[in-house]
Design a binder for this molecule. Structure first.
Ligand SMILES: [Fe+2]
Length: 190
């Protein structure tokens, strides 16, 4: 079944420009489109006669699918406008237990976001250990933690901020994005 491009109710006071958001949403649409194209081509080539072609298509699937899904996390976090995290929620309690405070958790995200290169900062929830893990994922698909649900993401590809911010001011983009988050949306993920 084909994937459908999602829409996000993003207010115009995120701190990111309309142009920045719209261009980024256009890139997201490309990931949805390419995920569907790849799945169609892989299904059409299942005879096994084109093993090399199929394996290259399979390799690209992780890139396009993760690019699609990670952007859905990213934009849905902006939906309906900024909302503070309820520190009595499960996520709030985990953050307090593990990081000491919400501010410390944010500082950890910012520290990881300063990683050079393109990729994502991701917070996962490990139900087996009842803990949060913050990770850098390169590109869209390299470094994910197997089986763990994604709680929070920050897009650190340059396309996410370079309409509004120069590369040397990436940290300002991260601060702006973090100030625009609807933490009620995020808290519902665990
Ligand atoms: Fe992006």
């Amino acid at each position: 079944m084909a994937y459908i491009e999602k829409s996000f109710n993003i207010p115009n006071n995120t701190g990111l420009s309309e142009t920045q958001i719209q261009l980024h949403l256009g890139l997201y649409a490309g990931y949805v489109k390419n995920t569907n194209i790849l799945l169609d081509k892989i299904n059409a080539l299942k005879s096994g006669e084109d093993a090399v072609v199929v394996s290259e298509l399979q390799r690209r699937l992780g890139f396009e699918f993760d690019g699609m899904r990670l952007h859905e996390y990213y934009f849905s976090q902006l939906s309906e406008g900024a909302q503070a995290l309820d520190m009595d929620s499960k996520l709030g309690q985990l953050i307090t237990t593990q990081f000491g405070s919400f501010d410390n958790y944010i500082a950890d995200l910012k520290r990881i976001a300063s990683t050079r290169g393109i990729g994502w900062v991701i917070t996962y929830y490990d139900a087996e250990n009842n803990s949060l893990i913050n990770v850098w994922v390169a590109d869209h698909e390299l470094g994910h933690l197997a089986g763990l649900p994604i709680v929070f993401v920050i897009d650190l590809w340059e396309h996410a901020f370079m309409v509004d911010y120069a590369p040397a001011t990436k940290a300002d983009y991260v601060s702006t994005y973090l100030s625009a988050i609807n933490w009620e949306v995020v808290a519902k993920r665990i």
